[in-house]
Design a protein. Structure first.
Length: 294
């Protein structure tokens, strides 16, 4: 359960953000909600990054939020202005080494993919080109006391505002989508961009009057206040968060660069998840919630 959103200022400058809502159950502690162990990570250019497959050297300096005591980033930015994140996608796939090699795809771990791309690419063109040569290997990532096997998908945005969504749903290989400025979780991205068409009648105008069948006249309960985007889905499922983010991000007032960060934060408020809104039946103390916002 995560959301990323892009908005643009009056000057045309893009601003990107994400919520981290993921709660891996093996981080659960008695009587307390689980907390994903995170820290700010800085990796300089020309630095050898350690991998459970094959070490690589960073082309660009990168910084972001990632897994504590590791070089695994959940989200971040590099020195060229490329920014993005990793989120959970149930439909993600992995493949064996033989399968990847037979398709001339370089194996990479899903947990390491985001750090790898961010450290190697300076723009979306390079992201697409490199991703087309990679595939996710069906090998677990080893933490100190656990084995981790994420079902990931990823989004990246460059300084122009162009963005891409990468989903490893083709037997470990990636489907590449041009982003519409929002990413959430399952189903696949093509579902979300099609589902948004079910809400084509939504608009930001308060309703002042209406009628039933052209016969019975009606007035809004609150004289039209708050009726902009009336019918917008309000739950925390991925499709609802996607629709809500899309319409809010595209209906806010124009804003200056000086107003951008608080504006972006306000856009995220309707998709930030309080503790207790998504409890697990087998453990009522465990709940998805927004742990941080970048």
């Amino acid at each position: 359960m995560c959301t990323s959103i892009i908005i643009k200022s009056k000057s045309g400058n893009p601003y990107w953000g994400r919520t981290m809502d993921f709660v891996p159950q093996f981080f659960d502690t008695p009587n307390e909600p689980a907390i994903i162990p995170s820290q700010i990570i800085n990796i300089p250019a020309n630095y050898e990054i350690h991998s459970e497959l094959e070490n690589w050297k960073s082309k660009y300096a990168i910084m972001g939020v990632g897994l504590k005591n590791s070089e695994i980033l959940y989200d971040g930015i590099n020195e060229k202005g490329l920014v993005g994140d990793i989120q959970i996608l149930t439909e993600a796939t992995h493949a064996s080494l033989d399968s990847l090699e037979s398709r001339n795809l370089k194996p990479v771990l899903g947990e390491e993919f985001f750090t790898y791309i961010l450290s190697q690419c300076k723009n979306i063109t390079e992201v697409k080109e490199l991703t087309s040569k990679l595939g996710l290997l069906d090998q677990k990532y080893h933490l100190k006391n656990h084995e981790l096997s994420l079902s990931p998908h990823y989004t990246f945005m460059e300084e122009s505002g162009a963005a891409v969504v990468l989903e490893p749903t083709d037997n470990g290989a990636f489907k590449i989508y041009d982003s519409v400025g929002v990413m959430t979780n399952s189903p696949e991205y093509s579902y979300h961009t099609n589902n948004i068409r079910n809400y084509i009648s939504l608009n930001d105008m308060n309703i002042t009057s209406g009628n039933i069948g052209g016969k019975l006249p009606l007035e809004p309960i609150e004289k039209g206040t708050g009726y902009g985007l009336f019918g917008l889905p309000g739950d925390y499922t991925s499709p609802s968060r996607f629709v809500r983010s899309m319409y809010i991000a595209n209906n806010i007032n124009d804003f200056s660069d000086e107003e951008a960060i608080p504006t972006l934060y306000n856009v995220f408020k309707p998709v930030m998840i309080p503790k207790g809104m998504g409890r697990y039946p087998n453990n009522h103390n465990l709940t998805d919630y927004t742990q941080y916002w970048s």
